[in-house]
Design a protein. Structure first.
Length: 44
């Protein structure tokens, strides 16, 4: 079972990632620069 992290924003569009650390870093960057985003994770 694999976990996928999906982050959607106006700046990046829809991004689907496998690594939690990269997803966390992208969310941190978006927060730091004041961008809004939607975050979702699921297992497949």
């Amino acid at each position: 079972m694999k976990t996928y992290y999906q982050i959607s924003s106006d700046v990046t569009g829809k991004v689907l990632l496998r690594r939690r650390k990269i997803a966390k870093a992208l969310r941190w960057w978006l927060n730091e620069h004041g961008y809004t985003y939607k975050y979702l994770f699921y297992s497949a």
